[in-house]
Design a binder for this molecule. Structure first.
Ligand SMILES: Nc1ncnc2c1ncn2[C@@H]1O[C@H](COP(=O)(O)OP(=O)(O)OP(=O)(O)O)[C@@H](O)[C@H]1O
Length: 246
């Protein structure tokens, strides 16, 4: 039988519950595949969704998928025992994305190429195994950083959506952590001893990325303005809905 996890804090459960309700993310009978990189956010979301599976009135199935881009030093296979102990079905897909990027990347950043490839693999797995929902672990800090990147470099008011359908129309993508702060998942992951896999992608760490720049900019602003993220969430709400940028 499954091993139990330290209960996620009430604040996280409340915020995830509210986001799920506000955007009608989970429906009775959904079959949810959660993308788990092994980082603190996706592992926290796995624990939260397991908790909701037991205590929330809605019935849904939950499995996890890890895409291994075969980057030296990233070893997510070590998590197999953890999923087994939790009783969570785990899909593990290896693909030499780094190597493929060298041949096929066309003016893209490696990170953008890798994300696109990972997303394609996630949709393929959803189709192959009948999952109608793909859950991802991005949180409010990610959304705020994406908004600034889009405004500063793309000239558009855009960020990641809380809930939408893919172009093919067969998979709903949900982000139940959209109201949660990164430090909440970091605190929970460390207090609960979640088996976080260090992300050591050399491409992600090589250059100070635009995302990292926005993270630091927001941190400086938040030091003087403790309401920054709640204000940004309020401003972003219209962008989180399906159809916001179409
Ligand atoms: N290799 C992967 N396999 C499966 N899902 C992934 C993978 N990489 C990212 N994801 C999914 O996409 C989300 C956002 O990815 P991102 O790269 O921003 O996060 P991360 O740094 O990998 O770590 P975390 O798990 O803490 O979110 C993750 O929360 C996860 O749901």
């Amino acid at each position: 039988m499954s091993h139990s996890l330290p209960k996620p804090p009430k604040s996280l459960l409340r915020q995830v519950g509210r986001a799920i309700a506000d955007y009608a993310m989970i429906r009775d009978g959904d079959r949810i595949l959660l993308g788990v990189s092994g980082g603190k956010d996706s592992l926290s979301l796995l624990a939260i969704l397991r908790h909701l599976q037991t205590y929330a009135p809605v019935r849904f199935e939950l499995a996890a998928l890890t895409v291994d881009p075969e980057v030296p030093g990233f070893e997510p296979a070590s998590l197999k025992a953890y999923y087994d102990a939790l009783g969570v079905r785990w899909f593990y897909e290896q693909q030499p994305i780094m190597e493929q990027a060298r041949e096929h990347m066309d003016g893209d950043s490696f990170c953008a190429y890798c994300s696109r490839m990972k997303r394609g693999i996630m949709y393929r797995l959803c189709r192959a195994h009948g999952f109608n929902v793909l859950a991802l672990g991005q949180h409010l800090d990610d959304l705020a950083e994406s908004l600034l990147m889009s405004i500063f470099h793309g000239g558009q008011l855009r960020t990641m959506k809380a809930h939408y359908r893919n172009d093919a129309g067969d998979v709903r993508i949900i982000r139940p952590l959209v109201y949660c702060r990164e430090r909440q998942t970091a605190d929970y992951a460390s207090a609960a001893g979640l088996p976080v896999v260090p992300d050591s992608c050399p491409a992600c760490f090589q250059m100070p990325t635009r995302r990292e720049h926005m993270k630091q900019l927001l941190a400086r602003e938040e030091a003087d303005n403790p309401h920054l993220f709640s204000s940004m969430l309020h401003a972003m709400r219209p962008l989180l809905q399906e159809g916001a940028d179409t």
